[in-house]
Design a binder for this molecule. Structure first.
Ligand SMILES: CC(C)(COP(=O)(O)OP(=O)(O)OC[C@H]1O[C@@H](n2cnc3c(N)ncnc32)[C@H](O)[C@@H]1OP(=O)(O)O)[C@@H](O)C(=O)NCCC(=O)NCCS
Length: 157
């Protein structure tokens, strides 16, 4: 399997939009769009993201095909990383490999991440990439319509 990261291109967005239509993915990620089927809101969000140089956003390409996205963005002064993989490609080590490459590309430390407490896949990806869990928090998750617990993660000092 050949996995590379490259800059996000406008032509990738339809694939990203399709990933977010997956109900299982939305449940896992939890802190997602209020209405994942709203393409206009999705496009408006990505237009902001593409125009914001403080956000590092990369497309994950596996064997020449778009397979997900990994990005980091400022959150109240902290830099926070996240990722989303094509549901058809889950369980192949793609998130772990892509995050490892991303961490070599983005040198800022500490780097932060958060995951719903029951998002075992994402938690495992973060642990495998060296993140530690300094605490927990809770917040309203639009993907579930309720307040849920989340784990906070940190990499480096
Ligand atoms: C979470 C997600 C990124 C995992 O992607 P992936 O490419 O399948 O992950 P990997 O194949 O690299 O798996 C990494 C580890 O997590 C484990 N894992 C993956 N999905 C899992 C799940 N649903 N439940 C339990 N463990 C899981 C794998 O077994 C592997 O652990 P191991 O090496 O000890 O066996 C993917 O399911 C996804 O995109 N979900 C929707 C969006 C999301 O939740 N993003 C993160 C927001 S915090």
């Amino acid at each position: 399997m050949e996995l590379i990261l490259r800059d996000v291109e406008p032509g990738d967005l339809t694939a990203f939009f399709e990933y977010q239509l997956d109900p299982a993915a939305n449940h896992m990620a939890a802190f997602t769009a209020k209405d994942p089927t709203d393409r206009e809101a999705f496009d408006a969000r990505w237009e902001r993201v593409l125009g914001d140089s403080r956000i590092t956003k990369q497309t994950i390409v596996v064997d020449g095909v778009v397979a997900g996205t990994v990005f980091c963005f400022p959150d109240f002064g902290d830099l926070e990383v996240s990722y989303w993989i094509d549901p058809a490609q889950w369980g192949k080590g793609i998130a772990t490999h892509a995050l490892q490459l991303f961490l070599a590309h983005v040198s800022t430390r500490p780097l932060y991440a958060r995951a719903a407490k029951d998002n075992h896949g994402s938690i495992r990806v973060l642990e495998k990439c060296g993140f530690v869990k300094p605490g927990e928090d809770s917040g309203f998750a639009d993907g579930r319509g309720e307040e849920i617990k989340e784990c906070l993660f940190k990499l480096g000092e």
